[in-house]
Design a protein around this ligand. Structure first.
Ligand code: CP
Length: 341
């Protein structure tokens, strides 16, 4: 695809070459994210961050990524403080906000809403999560992390064995990641969920049609053996009709160090899109794994900045100018201090 000026709404837009291009650009962002170099290549540009659902990682890392490229960020973080709460349409909001911005990152609770907004926008829109539908930048950062973790083990994405565990019905990060992995060769999927929360049929059918191996399983211990990646997810309580219904599924799959040691291969990488639900009733990924070197969850979040920088640089067509305008950082930064990080 041609990234310049494009909306990023779904991983369906990307072929394998597009994904690999994003990853190559993300690699080039490392000196800037690590505070070794500064670039001001987006000086004067404005990102509007429109987050109509709670977010920590996606919102802040989109903002940090844009700031690291030299741009400014304007935020709307609650539908109640937006004129949408007064009945303004997505069309009007998009027309207005795109007049104030060079690019917009948006999260909204309704599937398809970000695409609807993008159709009226005069600037590129990046989907930060639309209901249970998609989370394309999360899938890119997840796959970028998988690529790095596998490379450190002398392997590639092709032939990957992955277990995806939890609420696979409503988990948009899982939906986007499955689709993206489907672009590669010979992936072995173990989809582990309660029977009521299986992955959507269209996603499973597409993976099978592309000749990937797909097992749908209902017991944790059946699904997490013999995998390279164990990708755990939270019950998406905000998608359920009631709290009581969500509570039925919380805590069904609990991964801790004991379970990891008993069932997983010693080198299995543990991932989670985060937030993990650390309340006792859920605790799908226990804090007793925090010192496990194969826990990659915070490498994922760090990688999110690199991938989002890459997307901004590609969409706004400054990739080749980023290094040209680079200079050294002149302040103390703990990120470059091995004793602190
Ligand atoms: N992974 C993710 O989307 O996290 P946030 O909800 O904190 O943005």
């Amino acid at each position: 695809m041609d990234f310049v000026g494009s909306h990023i709404l779904s991983v369906d837009q990307f072929d394998r070459g597009d994904v690999e291009l994003v990853f190559r650009v993300a690699d080039r962002m490392e000196p800037f994210a690590a505070r070794q170099k500064i670039t001001r290549v987006l000086e004067g540009a404005i990102l509007s961050n429109m987050f109509f659902e709670p977010s920590t990682r996606t919102r802040v890392s989109f903002g940090s990524a844009f700031n690291l490229l030299g741009g400014e960020v304007r935020e709307t973080t609650d539908i109640k403080v937006s004129a949408i709460s007064k009945g303004e349409s997505l069309y009007d909001s998009a027309r207005v906000l795109s007049g104030y911005s060079d690019v917009i990152a948006m999260r909204h609770p309704e599937a398809g809403s970000v695409a609807e907004f993008a159709r009226a926008s005069r600037v590129p829109v990046i989907n930060g999560g639309d209901g249970p539908n998609e989370h394309p930048s999360q899938a890119l950062l997840d796959l970028y992390t998988i690529r790095k973790e596998m490379a450190a083990r002398g392997a590639t994405i092709d032939g990957l064995r992955i277990a995806l565990v939890g609420d696979l019905k409503f988990g948009r990060a899982v939906h986007s990641l499955c689709k993206l992995l489907g672009r590669f060769n010979g992936i072995h999927f173990n989809l582990v969920s309660p029977p009521e929360l299986t992955a959507p049929d269209d996603i499973v059918d597409a993976l099978k049609s592309a000749r990937h191996s797909v097992n749908e399983l209902f017991r944790l211990e059946d699904g997490i053996r013999d995998v390279d990646i164990l990708y755990v997810t939270r019950t998406q309580e905000e998608r359920f009709p009631s709290q009581e219904e969500a509570d039925r599924y919380r805590g069904l799959f609990h991964v801790n160090q004991h379970i990891y040691t008993e069932f997983c291969e010693p080198n299995t990488v543990i991932m989670h899109p985060l937030p993990r639900d650390s309340r006792t009733i859920a605790n799908e990924l226990d804090h007793d794994l925090d010192q496990n070197p194969n826990l990659a969850i915070f490498r994922q979040t760090d990688n999110g900045v690199l991938v989002r920088m890459a997307l901004f640089a590609m969409v706004l067509d400054v990739v080749d100018q980023v290094e040209r305008s680079a200079r050294d950082v002149n302040w103390y930064t703990a990120k470059r201090d091995p004793g602190r990080t």
